[in-house]
Write a protein that binds this ligand. Sequence first.
Ligand code: CA
Length: 221
Amino acid sequence: MRVLLVEDDDGVGDALAEALAARGHLPTRVRRGADALTRHHEADLVLLDLGLPDTDGLEVLRMLRKVADVPVLVLTARGDERSVVRGLRLGADDYVVKPVRLAELLARMDTITQRAAVRSSLTALTHVVQVSDVEIDMAARRVRAGGDEISLTTKEFELLAVLARRLGTAVSRQQLMDEVWGDAYLAISRSLDVHMTQLRGKLKRPGLLTTIRGFGYRLGE
Ligand code: CA
């Protein structure tokens, strides 16, 4: 599996990357918390150290969980109960205290990615999302409203698809930016608004896309 290894200690990082590669995994090593927030898309699993040079790992986890449900295994020297509980509550799938036993780490990685695979295969079963008289075909990337095909740009379709996957649920601006532009914390908020306005104009269903002030958007009646 593709593993994003967020670890600033070269000794630990190199040894771990080498051990993972030797077991057939594809590790990518980064040193900063900020890298975890921009590169998690490339990974099936994130191994997250907590003592990082730029942002504390728990803060990285909190920000990551606002936008992504990629499996995260915290791997840290911090073994006090308070940190473990905080890590799990913030959405870590597992928490392992260093020094790590490699066989145990590999077993835990397998367990959490298997659970994630079951979750995502359930989501993938829904190919066409229907809301009011609008049909969104996720696989074919086509949208019909009242039976008429609507021509959307790539970004407009992706925005709609992110909202459609969470039909009836408020989706944050960060989550939309993360999934469509690949960076939740980039200064492109204006671009999101512009694309959303275009999308609304094309759908011509004003009640269907609701702005949640100060948070984001929701698709649904
Ligand atoms: Ca560290």
